[in-house]
Design a protein around this ligand. Sequence first.
Ligand code: C5P
Length: 227
Amino acid sequence: MSDLIVTIDGPAASGKSTVARLLADKLDASFLDTGAMYRAVTLAAMQAGVDLNDQRKLLEIVQKCKFQFSAEAGKTAVCIDNTDVTEQIRDPEVTSNARYIAGEPTVRAELVRMQRQFAAARQKIVTEGRDQGTVAFADADVKFFLTADAGERARRRQADLGGKDNDQSLEQIQKAIEERDRSDESRAVGPLKPADDAIVVDTTDLSIDQVVEKLLALVKERCSQSK
Ligand code: C5P
């Protein structure tokens, strides 16, 4: 059983992944990027030519494919059946199709089971996603919900994309982010929302380092209170 579970949920491009990875480093904890899991299943289903509304086929993909996730400098490396798909899972088509997988209850249940299995094998973890504090780890030691205004999140996403997909304007990126938030917030299973006991942090005017320092201080404070 883990000694420390920290969850970070929040909307698209709120900086969760970067913050979670850096916070995990500071806490000497393992890092779990659950968005990469939904993206990997989406890509595997697309590659297999599966109807993304076919619940049974999607579950088969999750159970039959071999998914491997590893933390590499600055990103989560992903393999499907031993093929590296780290770059492909970030493709805008995969990003937009992830909603089919995210809305499928049996697939979500299986991915949550895998996330808990990952945590159970580790002493400390920092995990990020949409439902980590509400569903996957409802008993987590510390829960965060990161927000930032949509315009700022779009600017961050554009900077992340660098030269790639530069045919997308800032307005298009913001629109895609807002559509994804709506879809994530409105699904029946594991919707995007802060857990009742989550600490909500608005990162709009904060640098990555400031967010990490703030979260680190809060984790230390909570841990010293619970001793
Ligand atoms: O965080 P990221 O943008 O990589 O997530 C991709 C998509 O995967 C999200 O838009 C969401 O639909 C889904 N997701 C989810 N639950 C999680 C993590 C991601 O539904 N815990």
